[in-house]
Design a protein around this ligand. Structure first.
Ligand SMILES: Cc1cc2nc3c(=O)[nH]c(=O)nc-3n(C[C@H](O)[C@H](O)[C@H](O)COP(=O)(O)OP(=O)(O)OC[C@H]3O[C@@H](n4cnc5c(N)ncnc54)[C@H](O)[C@@H]3O)c2cc1C
Length: 457
C-alpha cells in the first residue's frame, strides 16, 4: 500500500532544486527574513556544478569556467573568499581537419585562405545579426523568420566552405550540446547576445573560459547551502505541486516522504525536468509547451589525468578542436598549482548521443587514440580516465542547457519566465543574461526574488 506523505510545516516559499538558481533565490529570501525550504532530488547540492577529487586535485564534472561580465558569480566568489585562477592559455592550439593536424595561435583556427576568409565573414555576419536581437527576442524585426530558421540553415546559406562550416559547427556543439540543425537561429542569437557575443562564449582569454575554481565550481553552491543550513533538504525529489486549493489556501508540494505547504513555489529546475512533476491543476498550454519544447543538450565530459603536462613542453596550449569527433574540443585542465596535470575533452551533440550507447572501454580507446594523434604517444597513457555522461543523470537528463529548436521561441518563449498561478520559474534556461551559464542561474534567482517579494504576505 502506498503511504501518503506526512504533512510538514508551512513556509513562505518552497524552492524546488538546489542548483545555483534555487540556492541563490533561497538565500535572498532567507536574508529578507522569509521562511524558505529547498527540496533537492539528489543527495548533493549544485546540480550541473559537481566537483570531485581526481588524483591530486579537485576537478569539475560539470560547469567549470567563469568569464568576464559574469558579475553575480564573481561577487559570490569574492563574498565567500572562493579561490580562482586563470585558465592555462599559453602555446599553440590544434585543429584536426580531414585527418590533418593544423597548429594555430589566437582564437580562429588556421584554415586554407578561402576557408579562413569565409569563416571571418561568417562570424562577422553572425555578430551583426546578434546585435539586432531585441529583448524580448520576439520583438526583434523579422523574429518569426529568424525563429523558423535553424542555425544549420543559416550556416548553409552564409558559409561557403566545408572547413568554415565544420569549425562553426564544432563550436556551436560545445556551447549548446546540440547540433546546428536542432537550434532555432533566433534562440542562438539571443543566447549569444545574453553572453556578450558568440566569440565571447568560445574564447578563453577575455571570454567565458577565462577563469577556473581552485576547489571546483561546486564550491559556490556548497557555500550557499552552508549559509542556508537545514533549510536545504537533499534526497527529496518533488513529484507533485498542487495549487488547486480554495483561494488563499497554500500550495502543496509533494515529495516521497513529505508533503510541504507554502505561499509560493519556485521551480528552479530545467524545463525538461520540470516536465516530470505532476501539476494540479494542469499547467496552461503555453507553459506546457515550454516543458515539451526545450530538450537538454547532450554532453559527455572526460578528464584525462597525467604525470606531467607534456603538451606544454612541446609548445601546445592543450586546446584542440576536432572537425569530426567524437571529441569536439579538448582543453588543458591542469590544477592551479600544477600538482595534477590534466586534459579535459568534450563529446557533445550527436556524437554524445551515439557514443553514450557504446561500452565505456570503447569510448575510452577512441578518446585516447584521438588525443594521442594530436599530442603524441604520452597522451594515450593517462594515469586516470574519468567520464560523466550527463544524459544519463536522472536529475539533469543532459547539459549544459535546454535548447529551443526552430519555431519554438515563438510558441514557448513568452511563457518561459511568466509565473503560473503561485508557481515561479527560475533556472539558467529562464535567464536573459548569460543564459545557460552559472551566471544565468544567478540572474534568474534575482528575477524570481523580485517577483516574489511584493506578493508574499
Ligand atoms: C558539463 C557541463 C559544463 C558546463 N560548463 C559551464 C561553464 O564552464 N561555465 C558556466 O557558467 N556554466 C557551465 N555549465 C552550465 C552550468 O553548470 C549551469 O548553467 C548551471 O549550473 C545551472 O544551474 P541551475 O540552478 O539553473 O540548474 P541545475 O544546476 O540543473 O539545478 C537544478 C537542480 O534541481 C534538481 N532537481 C531536478 N529535478 C528535481 C525535482 N523533481 N525535485 C527536486 N530537485 C530536482 C537537480 O538535482 C539540480 O540540483 C556547464 C554544465 C555542464 C553540465
Amino acid at each position: 500500500m502506498q503511504r501518503t506523505p506526512a504533512l510538514a510545516t508551512e513556509s513562505d516559499v518552497i524552492v524546488v532544486g538546489a542548483g545555483l538558481a534555487g540556492l541563490a533565490c533561497a538565500r535572498a529570501l532567507a536574508r529578507a527574513g522569509r521562511s524558505v525550504r529547498v527540496l533537492e532530488a539528489r543527495a548533493r547540492v549544485g546540480g550541473r556544478t559537481w566537483s570531485e577529487r581526481m588524483g591530486n586535485a579537485v576537478f569539475d564534472r560539470g560547469g567549470q569556467w567563469l568569464g568576464p561580465g559574469q558579475d553575480r558569480l564573481a561577487a559570490l566568489v569574492r563574498e565567500y573568499s572562493i579561490a580562482t585562477f586563470p585558465t592555462w592559455d599559453e602555446g599553440r592550439k590544434l585543429l584536426e581537419y580531414r585527418g590533418e593536424v593544423l597548429a594555430y595561435d589566437g582564437t580562429i583556427p588556421k584554415l586554407p585562405a578561402l576557408a579562413l576568409l569565409d569563416l571571418h565573414l561568417g562570424l562577422r555576419r553572425l555578430d551583426a545579426l546578434t546585435r539586432q536581437v531585441a529583448r524580448p527576442p520576439l520583438s526583434t524585426p523579422d523574429a518569426p523568420r529568424l525563429d523558423g530558421t535553424s542555425v544549420a540553415q543559416w550556416m548553409d546559406a552564409q558559409l561557403h566552405t566545408d572547413a568554415a562550416r565544420a569549425v562553426v559547427a564544432a563550436a556551436l556543439r560545445v556551447v549548446f550540446g546540440a547540433e546546428p540543425e536542432e537550434i532555432s537561429l533566433l534562440y542562438a542569437l539571443d543566447y549569444a547576445r545574453a553572453g556578450g557575443g558568440f566569440m565571447k562564449l568560445v574564447e578563453v582569454r577575455g571570454g567565458a573560459q577565462e577563469t577556473r575554481f581552485v576547489n571546483g565550481a561546486q564550491s559556490v553552491a556548497n557555500a550557499l547551502a552552508a549559509e542556508l543550513g537545514d533549510r536545504v533538504q537533499p534526497g527529496a525529489p518533488v513529484r507533485a505541486i498542487d495549487q488547486s486549493g480554495a483561494s488563499g489556501a497554500p500550495v502543496v508540494v509533494v515529495s516521497d516522504a513529505w508533503r510541504f505547504t507554502a505561499e509560493r513555489v519556485v521551480v528552479a529546475v530545467p524545463p525538461a525536468l520540470a516536465a516530470g512533476i505532476a501539476y494540479t491543476p494542469a499547467l496552461p498550454p503555453p507553459r506546457e509547451q515550454v516543458h515539451q519544447r526545450m530538450p537538454m543538450g547532450a554532453t559527455v565530459k572526460v578528464h584525462l589525468l597525467y604525470d606531467r603536462p607534456f603538451w606544454r613542453a612541446r609548445g601546445f596550449s592543450g586546446e584542440a578542436v576536432f572537425e569530426r569527433g567524437p571529441i569536439s574540443v579538448v582543453f588543458d585542465n591542469t590544477s592551479h598549482d600544477g600538482a595534477q596535470p590534466a586534459l579535459v575533452a568534450f563529446i557533445v551533440g550527436d556524437p554524445a548521443r551515439t557514443w553514450s550507447l557504446r561500452p565505456e572501454d570503447v569510448r575510452r580507446e577512441t578518446v585516447l587514440s584521438l588525443v594521442g594523434r594530436l599530442f603524441g604517444e604520452a597522451a594515450r597513457r593517462p594515469t586516470a580516465y574519468v567520464e560523466v555522461d550527463w544524459s544519463t543523470e536522472p536529475y539533469s537528463r543532459g547539459c549544459p542547457v535546454g535548447v529551443f529548436a526552430a519555431g519554438s521561441v515563438r510558441v514557448a518563449g513568452p511563457a518561459l519566465q511568466a509565473p503560473t498561478g503561485r508557481i515561479h520559474w527560475a533556472g539558467t534556461e529562464t535567464a536573459t543574461v548569460f543564459t545557460g551559464y552559472m551566471e544565468g542561474a544567478l540572474q534568474s534567482a534575482e528575477r524570481v526574488f523580485d517577483e516574489l517579494m511584493p506578493l508574499l504576505p
